[in-house]
Write a protein that binds this ligand. Structure first.
Ligand code: DOR
Length: 447
């Protein structure tokens, strides 16, 4: 690692929701710590970054990232996935355990953390499996996983379907003070379905997945959290009914939280029919019947659901934004819609996508920043992350909220080029990412 020079980020709009800061100021960094946020700071021998016209905020935290290593290195590695994180402004990514082998033992957590230390560009926090092999039958060694550094447990990609296994998991995880992050999907309802049930599925002749496939399991998860006093987190919420259930459960004092992805906040199921820009109506609809890059689990939902997600984010029913970065190889996606893998390579387009909500006056910028920084840090119980408080970890993201850019997947650091946004123009771009006091991504020349 190169020696770290002090950095002075001058004259940007500093937005740090953890401290209620939203004003033009300087941010000083030295010795691997934030020195402070103030006006007119002078710092000897520092690298000065002129942030005039930019937004300076804490580094983003992604609670839901598929890094694919070990086992699926052709889709992504810890090196490429964390480089993609840095390009997307993320200084912390939480690695999902659906690797091969599944991250259900200490040795795999150790492997991921060691690799991350050796090759990672940003911080990696592991999420352990709930059940052995994520098969949903027998609990993984959760205590051992927690000791090794797991920040929670999930069988993501697969729901924990067995009610009693989920009950036990919630009870055990709560004794460790950690959440169960569940992929809510009743497979007997979604089985064979490949996209949202609705008019687009009917027109394309594809089998649909009803919203109730998610909502029934969300209702179950809430009831089991109520029963056990455990902490349940709903991964990638996608339906209006889900957020209504979460809203009521929170009002009742149940320990439930939920996240939403950039795609469920911005892209309706019509996107499956072809190219749709993140902010608006169809533009260049092609001859292809569908775009398998828009196939994702849970599926892209109706415009009504998308609107409900945005509203729930603004109101705080949805706790934070998480990318569900799901890189796949071209072979996994260039096939029939039925056979194509689920997932979107998301880290590098996340900010540009969700900034469309700010530009449409649907979500205020400070709220959006909070959902990418302070809120996920709260979820992790990490007061040193997601903040520019003096003395905290030096994770800073600088963005140009008005920069327009065209999504070109071949330029992604991620091996996953699978995005329905290829060719779309997004407004809002990461200019630089500082992690651990070092600039790990610098787009200042080309921006
Ligand atoms: O679309 C998805 N892809 N949803 C998931 O839950 C899993 C993920 C993956 O691992 O590819």
């Amino acid at each position: 690692m190169t020696s770290v020079r002090p950095i002075l980020i001058k004259g940007g709009r500093v937005i740090d929701p953890s401290q209620g800061i939203d004003r033009v100021a300087d941010v000083a960094i030295a010795g691997g710590k934030i020195l402070g946020v103030d006006n007119g700071i002078e710092l000897e021998d520092s690298e000065v970054i002129n942030a005039t016209g930019m937004v300076v905020c804490p580094g983003f935290i992604d609670l839901h990232t598929h890094l694919r290593e070990p086992g699926f290195e052709y889709k992504e590695t810890i090196a490429t996935g964390t480089a993609a994180g840095a390009r997307g402004g993320f200084t912390t990514v939480c690695a999902m355990p659906n690797t091969s082998p599944v991250m259900d033992s200490r040795s795999i957590v150790d492997f991921v953390l060691t690799k991350a230390m050796e090759e990672g560009v940003v911080r990696v926090l592991p999420i352990g499996a709930v059940t052995k092999g994520s098969k949903g039958k027998e609990l993984a060694e959760m205590g051992e996983l927690a000791e090794a550094g797991a920040i929670g447990f999930s069988d993501d990609g697969h729901p924990v379907s067995d009610h009693n296994v989920m009950r036990q998991a919630l009870g055990y995880a709560s004794s460790l003070g950690l959440p169960i992050i569940n992929h809510a999907e009743v497979q007997s309802l979604s089985g064979g379905g490949v996209m949202n049930e609705g008019w687009v599925a009917t027109r394309l002749g594809l089998k649909g997945i009803p919203t109730s496939a998610e909502e029934i399991m969300v209702a179950r998860d809430i009831e089991l959290a109520r029963l056990t006093g455990g902490r349940v987190h709903i991964a990638h919420a996608s339906t209006k009914g889900t957020v209504e259930l979460v809203r009521r459960a929170k009002d009742d004092g149940v320990d439930v939280t939920c996240e939403v992805t950039p795609h469920h906040l911005t892209l309706p199921d019509e996107t499956v029919m072809g190219h749709l820009s993140a902010s608006g109506p169809f533009d260049d609809l092609t001859e292809a019947a569908y775009d398998s890059n828009a196939k994702v689990a849970p599926p892209l939902r109706s415009r009504d659901d998308v609107g409900a997600m945005v509203q729930a984010l603004k109101e705080g029913v949805i706790d934070f934004i998480a990318t569900d970065h799901a890189p796949h190889g071209t072979v996994d996606k260039q096939t029939t819609f039925e056979d194509a893998a689920n997932g979107i390579s998301n880290l590098e387009t996340a900010l540009g996508s969700v900034m469309s909500l700010v530009h449409a006056d649907a979500v205020p910028l400070p709220v959006l920043i909070e959902k990418l920084t302070a809120s996920p840090a709260d979820f992790l119980g990490r007061s040193d992350l997601g903040t520019l408080r003096a003395g905290s970890s030096v994770d800073v993201t600088i963005i140009d909220p008005d920069a327009e850019w065209v999504v070109e997947p071949s330029e992604f650091a991620s091996k996953g080029k699978n995005t329905p946004l290829a060719g779309a123009t997004l407004k809002g771009q990461v200019v630089a990412t500082v992690y651990g006091g070092r600039v790990v991504y610098d787009n200042r020349v080309s921006s």
